[in-house]
Write a protein that binds this ligand. Sequence first.
Ligand SMILES: NC(=O)c1ccc[n+]([C@@H]2O[C@H](COP(=O)([O-])OP(=O)(O)OC[C@H]3O[C@@H](n4cnc5c(N)ncnc54)[C@H](O)[C@@H]3O)[C@@H](O)[C@H]2O)c1
Length: 374
Amino acid sequence: MDKIVNNICNVVVDSTYESFGRVVYEFNNKQNCVDSDFNINNIYDKVLIITDKNVYNAQLHKFIDKINVTSIYEYVVEVGEASKTIDIYEQIIKYCITINLTRKSLIIALGGGVVGDLAGFIAATYMRGIDVIQIPTSLLAQVDSSVGGKCGINIGNLKNIIGAFYQPKISYINVNALKTLPEEEFISGMAEVIKYGFIYDNQLLNYLIENSKQILNRESEYLLYIIKRSVSIKADIVEQDEKEGGLRKILNFGHTFAHGVEKLCGISHGYAVSIGMNMAFKLSLKENLISQEYYNKFLKVCELYRLPLKFELHNSESNTEFIANEVLNIMKSDKKNSFGNMNLILPIDIQKVEEINTIEESKILNIIKECHNA
Ligand SMILES: NC(=O)c1ccc[n+]([C@@H]2O[C@H](COP(=O)([O-])OP(=O)(O)OC[C@H]3O[C@@H](n4cnc5c(N)ncnc54)[C@H](O)[C@@H]3O)[C@@H](O)[C@H]2O)c1
């Protein structure tokens, strides 16, 4: 078991759910407890686990069997983004009231980023905030969404338009939970791991290139390394800039482009991020900010992990010009923009990216066109 702890984030990376009770104790400042005290009932009056149907089937009992709690409740939502709505939010809040969840109760988010964002937001707002523990079960959630405190829900097409920065008591990561994750979801999560390499850690990137076979086979030792490293990077960045005033923006590398592609094509977040990073790389190359050799390294790592570089959208009535403009319009509406400028995070050197908002729209449009698989 490894702990990554700083002034903002408490993360534990483990390979089972075995030590969960002890970890909850420790993080509630009860370091001196004896073994028999690892009983969450002494800390929380009730525990509500929020999960989705897939995770309910694949992971819930593996987890529940390992914890010692008497008043435990479960709320299972449908799979996917459609559960991050105000209706589901209201239904769960009403359920919290029905079971009489109090300020001494705990919410556990057991699942991918959807469950994490939804359950985190419920915990942040129910009775003005009760404790939440994130137990991420998708790769994306383990390396990204469960750490850093962002949570929220969507309104219509507007993603995460209502939300909060609300730090979980702990993010408890069991790397072997990934063994039941569908292949496409695993690959999608790898895009975020690769992102950390380009924004912060060239050594991680080399590790990903050298050990792709073992990582793709989900060998525990290799998963432990890449997840620990990714989480450390995220926690480090969040500690320096919790509310995204500056440094934290580098985590959005590839994401402004991805936002446009994801919304238009309905592909997974990680696939869109990989296409978005490709667009950012191409733009940097055109602007002479990076070398061809560095771009080739990006292409190589994407090939190893079978990540896409171009998006497909076939619509008999619309051509590449039209589609690229659609992507651009969505990018312009990104809530991360400010003062009418599109803020792009672009690679400028090895393990270094920078926010740039001076690139002409026509150049951005050309890059989007180049990445449309017509
Ligand atoms: N809060 C943040 O900082 C942050 C950052 C990035 C993304 N997000 C959000 O995260 C969400 C995407 O997260 P995601 O990619 O994890 O999607 P997801 O939560 O929909 O999970 C992906 C799929 O994998 C399944 N699954 C998860 N763990 C499993 C397991 N161990 N075994 C079997 N199946 C499993 C889920 O049921 C789902 O079908 C989006 O809503 C996005 O906005 C939030």
